[in-house]
Ligand binder design. Structure first.
Ligand code: UTP
Length: 294
């Protein structure tokens, strides 16, 4: 029997321009927009940690220092809170910092926003020759079993790249990466084709690509060789398409859980509302309040 490969590293690319959030994204990257009382990126990191990952490599843009400040301890603030007897705030700070005990963060810079594939490639040196998990900075899955763990379990049976999928109503699919698949087990598919932003006539399934993957060293080999698209970007979906055209196997797994997208204003607001109304502290009060809005 083949050995289980433990995936311990995850890449989180957060160097995109976030143009769908202009003008907000001029100074704050979208990963720092809040969902209820914490930024999007914290949900992503919590999900990654719950999946058993111990090393996180962020791919950041040259001006994005905020993320480095966020995920580090604040001993000066802690001292001040102790001195001023701010016990509740001290507890909040300590709880936040404890969330990331045992996680090693590292950072690589993507000098220019040349595409999601290019961003992932920048982290290649830090991940070495092991398979690695990838989570984009704006796709959250609310589920009892964390999303990357679901993909890691599939990887351990299939030993080939795994792409996260979700199903959507047909009319929404033209805005996404659509897949042509062959079903091989419950929720599990062999991907035959990936079509970015398909025409209606090209749509053959309800499944679309979510920004979470397990990548093998072979994918990094293809990323290295990839030529930028017409727009000057290296897109992971296109690299997968090249692999498929050369007969490589890529699996797709339809994730269990609620997909909370945050890539544009209306998706982010819906995800905010979903989490706010379900929140154990604020949910009840907000539901009452929403009923009163005319
Ligand atoms: P998106 O497709 O959401 O692109 O990136 P974007 O640039 O962030 O946003 P828009 O389309 O301009 O509104 C998916 C993920 O890949 C990262 C993003 O930060 C996001 O986590 N990314 C994208 C990079 O790190 N670098 C890039 O060059 C492009």
């Amino acid at each position: 029997m083949e050995e289980n490969i433990e995936i311990k590293k995850a890449i989180i690319p957060v160097a995109g321009l976030g143009t769908r959030f202009l003008p907000l994204s001029l100074v704050i990257s979208k990963e720092f927009f809040p969902l209820v009382d914490k930024p999007i990126i914290q949900y992503i990191v919590e999900e990654v940690k719950k999946s058993g990952i111990t090393d996180i490599v962020f791919v950041i843009s040259p001006k994005q220092k905020m993320i480095m400040d966020y995920f580090k301890k604040s001993p000066e603030l802690e001292k001040l809170l102790i001195k001023r007897n701010k016990e509740k705030q001290l507890k909040d700070l300590n709880e936040f910092e404890a969330l990331f005990d045992g996680i090693r963060f590292s950072y690589v810079t993507q000098k220019m926003p040349l595409g999601d594939g290019h961003a992932i490639l920048q982290a290649g040196k830090l991940v070495g020759s092991d398979p690695v998990a990838v989570s984009f900075g704006d796709d959250i899955i609310d589920s009892p079993e964390p999303a990357l763990l679901q993909l890691m379990n599939i990887f351990n049976t299939c030993k080939a790249p795994v792409v996260a999928l979700k199903s959507l109503p047909k009319e929404k699919i033209p805005a996404y990466g659509s897949v042509v698949v062959e079903k091989i087990a419950s929720n599990l598919y062999k991907i035959k084709k990936i079509i970015e932003k398909p025409e209606s006539s090209q749509i053959e399934s309800n499944l679309v690509v979510v920004g979470k993957y397990i990548l093998t060293p072979e994918v990094f080999g293809y990323l290295k060789k990839a030529k930028p698209s017409e727009k000057g970007e290296i897109i992971l979906g296109e690299v997968f398409e090249k692999m498929l055209s050369e007969g490589k196997t890529i699996y797709g797994y339809e994730l269990k859980g609620e997909w909370l997208e945050c890539g544009d204003k209306s998706k982010w607001l819906k995800s905010f509302l979903y989490l706010a109304l379900k929140d154990p502290v604020f949910g009840k009060e907000l539901k009452e309040y929403v009923k009163l809005i005319k």
